[in-house]
Design a protein around this ligand. Structure first.
Ligand SMILES: Cc1cc2nc3c(=O)[nH]c(=O)nc-3n(C[C@H](O)[C@H](O)[C@H](O)COP(=O)(O)OP(=O)(O)OC[C@H]3O[C@@H](n4cnc5c(N)ncnc54)[C@H](O)[C@@H]3O)c2cc1C
Length: 426
């Protein structure tokens, strides 16, 4: 038999790869993580973690570390509709559901991801940084048995009983297997930067929706505000290769934001990412499992990608254990197919909610309509925010009564106008 370098090879040391590596290493599996970056490394993201993500951080033994690193505590979300109407929902509410914590967290990915990967190391996983996977290697039967990677020591083939593709939205592992499909929706791009001195940042994350896209603002601790602008890919030309100038123009063109940025200083060079219109047909192939964004990408508006990545890693553990130690290829494949079903089941409801929200965001008139209802019905806003926070079951917003109230409740006589109070200062 060909020599193996590890039982499980994890490609990518972001939240999905770090969680997978941590849980497998804790279960006694020999894990090797490869990442093309050197940590700490940044990642374009709005950097908010849902209250339920804290459960997994706790399980990994890093919740206190994340808080000590200066994570901001977010009580909920404020969403400003295109016509200025503001929806406010909080995680601690009277709907009868309680998150692991009553707060979400927000922390620079620079810090968060280094903490997570460090924890996987502590649990026994080996980590090789500056190791970019270029291709998959296969055995004489065509089954994946490892990867080809560029490392500091040159090009190497690294073999394992199971390869986990946790290599993000542009997954090399998923693409080499033809598992990634590109859809029409959501074809969006993002620009992300950090600022100091943004006025009126309160205890909630903010989303400002308008006809051209949306802007997320979140306190990420230490007086730093994460600013994430998401817009249709068709408007990529507006950036014209200069994301900094684009971001300045974007903020200046929105008076409710511009006033709050009057004394602000940009701390980081804006980073662009997208489009986000790809997802995997299925999360496995013989010899391979996909996790995190490589398996399924969630639109940043409902902001659960980090939770989904951590949870995906947690869910994968027992299936990856069985697959890596299976005595026959049949048993190996059965374990991975079961993981795929489990992952789909776990996120099916959330995926429907994400699609529905994504559709409403794309149609300003529809968004204004829903916002008019949610601004008056705090109970409904709390439920929706709880669903995005991963602790209220998605069925609560998918049931006919909720949808009916949202779409057919009488609109108030006078909707707020575009000069409304914005979503700041909660
Ligand atoms: C604009 C924007 C805003 C977002 N906001 C939020 C938010 O507020 N909250 C939230 O929960 N989610 C948010 N998300 C989603 C979140 O960023 C992702 O879901 C999350 O990072 C997924 O984690 P991951 O581990 O799967 O992938 P990643 O975090 O992308 O990690 C992948 C890792 O793989 C490595 N890698 C990639 N290719 C290779 C290769 N060939 N060889 C070796 N290593 C490789 C990379 O270096 C990286 O370290 C946002 C996303 C975007 C784009």
């Amino acid at each position: 038999m060909t020599r193996r370098d590890a039982e499980v090879l994890v490609v990518g040391g972001g939240p999905a790869g770090a969680a997978t590596a941590f849980f497998l290493a804790r279960a006694g599996v020999d894990v090797l993580v490869l990442d093309r970056a050197r940590f700490p490394r940044d990642k374009p993201c709005a950097e908010y973690l849902s209250p339920q993500a804290s459960r997994i951080l706790g399980e990994m033994g890093v919740l206190e570390r994340v808080e000590r690193a200066g994570a901001a505590q977010l009580a909920g979300m404020r969403v400003r509709a295109p016509n200025g109407t503001v929806i406010h929902g909080e995680f601690a509410a009277s709907h009868g559901y309680r998150g692991f914590r009553d707060r979400g967290l927000a922390l620079r990915r620079l810090a968060l991801d280094a903490i997570l990967l460090g924890r996987a190391r502590e649990a026994g996983a080996r980590v090789l940084e500056s190791a970019a996977v270029r291709d998959l290697s296969r055995d004489s039967n065509g089954r994946v048995d490892g990867v080809l990677a560029e490392t500091d020591a040159g090009r190497r083939t690294i073999r394992a009983a199971l390869v986990v593709g946790a290599d993000g939205l542009r997954t090399v592992v998923g693409r080499r297997l033809g598992l990634v499909k590109t859809g029409r929706f959501p074809r969006r791009l993002a620009v992300v930067a950090h600022y100091a001195g943004v006025e009126g940042m309160g205890r909630c994350g903010e989303m400002h929706v308008d006809a051209r896209g949306y802007t997320g603002l979140a306190d990420v601790g230490g007086g730093t505000t994460n600013v994430a602008v998401v817009l249709p890919a068709a408007q990529a030309g507006a950036m014209a290769g200069d994301p900094s100038a684009f971001l300045d123009r974007w903020i200046a063109a929105r008076p409710h934001l511009a006033a709050r940025f009057a004394a602000a200083t940009r701390l980081t060079t804006p980073r662009t990412t997208g489009p986000f219109n790809s997802r995997a047909r299925r999360a496995w192939a013989p010899g391979v499992a996909l996790a995190g964004d490589a398996a399924d990408f969630f639109d940043p508006f409902t902001g659960e990608g980090i939770y989904a990545a951590l949870r995906g890693g947690e869910l994968l553990t027992s299936y990856a254990f069985d697959a890596a130690r299976a005595t026959t290829t049949r048993r190996h494949d059965i374990a991975l197919a079961a993981y795929d079903r489990c992952l789909r089941d776990a996120f099916r409801g959330k995926r429907l909610v994400e699609r529905a929200v994504g559709t409403v965001v794309a149609f300003p008139a529809l968004f204004n309509r829903a916002a008019a209802v949610l601004a008056r019905r705090r109970d409904m806003a709390d439920v929706l925010v709880g669903v995005t926070g991963d602790f209220v079951p998605p069925r609560e917003v998918l049931r006919p009564g909720f949808l009916f109230s949202l779409l057919f409740s009488p609109a108030p006589l006078a909707a707020a106008d575009g000069s409304g109070d914005g979503a700041g200062g909660a």
